[in-house]
Ligand binder design. Structure first.
Ligand SMILES: NC(=O)c1ccc[n+]([C@@H]2O[C@H](COP(=O)([O-])OP(=O)(O)OC[C@H]3O[C@@H](n4cnc5c(N)ncnc54)[C@H](O)[C@@H]3O)[C@@H](O)[C@H]2O)c1
Length: 375
C-alpha cells in the first residue's frame, strides 16, 4: 500500500497471527511495550498466538479490552483507552495492535493517531469486512450521536496482517455482509474479481480458505490502487462509495440496528444500479448480474423505511457536497462514473425500485427506463 504519506505492506495468508510479532518487530527498531486492543470474544479466540509471538521476542504485552459492537466506537471509549494507556505508562515507543473487526480497527487507529500525538499501530483484521476494506486505506475514527465516523483522522498502520484462518469463527451473516464490499470492488474496478465471485460463490460462502484468500487479495489490491492515487478522497477515492449513499441512509433510518453495514451497502448498490440503468448508462444484462451477485452473497434483510425518509437522510451523508447529489454509478462490470447531476426525482425512482425489489423480489424482466414511481 503506497500513498503520498505512507508506504506499508499488507500480508494476507493462513496462520499469520503467530507471525504478527515477528513481522511487526522487523519493521521497527524500538518498541518498548505492545498493547493489543481487542474485544473479550476475540481475545478468547485469537489473541494467544499474537501475544505469544511478541513474548517470544521478549517484548512485554498488555491487552486492552473493548466490548464488541458499533456502540463502543465513540469518544468515551477513546478517552478510557487513553487513560488506560497512560496508567500503564505507555510511551512514544509503545506499539498498538488492533485485533478485531472494523470497529476495533477504526477505534485503535484513531487511538494511535492521538495518543501522545501519534504512536505506531498494526492492523490485524479478523472480519471479512475489515480484511477487504477497513484495515487498508488509513481512515480511522469514531462516531458521534449526529452520525458515523464524524471524528477521525487519516492515519496509516505500520503493517496490515490479515489471517484468513481467523475468518473460520466469524458468524456466517458477518461473512456474507463483508463480502458485499468485495462485490463492490468487482463492480467498480475489477471485472475478474466479479467473475470469480460469480463462479466460486459456493466455495467462498462455505468458507474455503483458498477462495477467501483470493477474494481478500483482489479486494485489497483494488482498494490499495485507488487509495494510492487519491488518499484524501478528492476524486477517484469517491468510487469506493458505490452503494454507500443510499446504504448509509438505510443504516440511519433503521438506527444502525436492523442491518449490518454490508447488508445496507448491498441494498445501496441495488439502488445505484437501478439509477444507472434508468439513465441508460448500464446495460440491462450487467444490471442483472450486479443485483444477482448482491443477492447471492447476502440474504438482505427487509427494513422499514420509505423513499421520502431515505431521500431526506441522503442529505446528511458526507458524499453529498454543496447541495448537488454526487452518485457513483456503474457503467459496466468493472467501471463506474461519478455523476454530479443526479436529480431527486431520479433518486426517488431508483429507491422505489429497490423498495419494490425488497417487498416483491427481483423483477424478472428488465426495468423500463426511468419513470420514477413517485415523481
Ligand atoms: N476505516 C475504513 O475505511 C472503514 C471502511 C468500512 C467500514 N468501516 C467501519 O468498520 C466497522 C464495521 O466493521 P465490521 O463489519 O468488521 O464489524 P465489527 O468490528 O463490529 O465486527 C463484527 C462482529 O464480529 C465479531 N468478530 C470479529 N472478528 C471475529 C472472528 N474472527 N470470529 C468471531 N467473531 C468475530 C466482533 O466481535 C463483532 O461482534 C464500522 O464501524 C464501519 O464504519 C471502516
Amino acid at each position: 500500500m503506497k500513498t503520498d504519506s505512507a508506504d506499508y505492506q499488507v500480508h494476507i495468508g493462513r496462520g499469520l497471527l503467530s507471525a504478527v510479532g515477528e513481522v511487526s518487530m522487523r519493521l521497527t527498531d524500538t518498541v518498548s511495550r505492545v498493547f493489543i486492543v481487542t474485544s473479550p470474544e476475540i481475545e478468547r479466540l485469537w489473541a494467544a498466538p499474537v501475544r505469544d509471538g511478541f513474548s517470544a521476542l521478549g517484548v512485554p504485552v498488555e491487552t486492552l479490552l473493548v466490548s464488541a459492537g458499533e456502540g463502543e466506537k465513540r469518544l468515551g471509549t477513546l478517552e478510557r483507552l487513553c487513560e488506560e494507556l497512560a496508567a500503564h505508562r505507555a510511551d512514544r515507543d509503545s506499539l498498538l495492535v488492533a485485533l478485531g473487526g472494523g470497529v476495533i480497527g477504526d477505534l485503535t487507529g484513531f487511538l494511535a493517531a492521538v495518543y501522545m500525538r501519534g504512536i505506531r499501530f498494526v492492523q490485524v483484521p479478523t472480519t471479512l469486512l475489515a480484511q477487504v476494506d477497513s484495515s487498508v486505506g488509513g481512515k480511522t475514527g469514531v462516531n458521534l450521536r449526529a452520525g458515523k465516523n464524524l471524528v477521525g483522522s487519516f492515519y496509516h498502520p505500520l503493517v496490515v496482517i490479515a489471517d484468513i484462518d481467523a475468518l473460520s469463527t466469524l458468524p456466517e451473516r458477518e461473512l456474507r455482509a463483508g463480502l458485499q464490499e468485495s462485490v463492490k470492488a468487482g463492480v467498480i474496478r475489477d471485472p475478474e474479481l466479479f467473475s470469480y465471485m460469480e463462479s466460486h460463490a459456493d466455495a467462498i460462502l462455505r468458507g474455503d480458505a483458498d477462495a477467501l484468500q483470493h477474494v481478500v487479495e483482489a479486494s485489497v489490491r483494488m482498494k490499495a490502487s485507488v487509495v494510492g492515487e487519491d488518499e484524501r478522497e478528492h476524486g477517484l477515492r469517491m468510487i469506493l462509495n458505490f452503494g454507500h449513499t443510499v446504504g448509509h441512509a438505510i443504516e440511519a433510518a433503521t438506527e444502525y440496528r436492523a442491518l449490518l453495514h454490508g447488508e445496507a451497502i448491498g441494498w445501496g448498490m441495488i439502488a445505484a444500479t437501478r439509477l444507472a440503468q434508468s439513465r441508460a448508462m448500464l446495460a440491462d444484462s450487467d444490471a442483472d448480474r450486479i443485483t444477482a451477485l448482491v443477492h447471492r452473497y447476502a440474504d438482505l434483510p427487509r427494513f422499514q423505511a420509505d423513499a421520502e425518509q431515505l431521500l431526506a437522510l441522503t442529505g446528511g451523508d458526507k458524499k453529498r457536497r454543496s447541495g448537488t447529489l454526487n452518485f457513483v454509478l456503474p457503467t459496466a462490470i468493472g467501471s463506474v462514473e461519478i455523476a454530479r447531476d443526479v436529480m431527486e426525482v431520479e433518486l426517488t425512482g431508483a429507491v422505489n425500485a429497490m423498495l419494490l425489489e425488497m417487498h416483491f423480489g427481483r423483477p424478472s424482466a428488465p426495468l423500463a427506463p426511468a419513470q420514477p414511481v413517485h415523481a
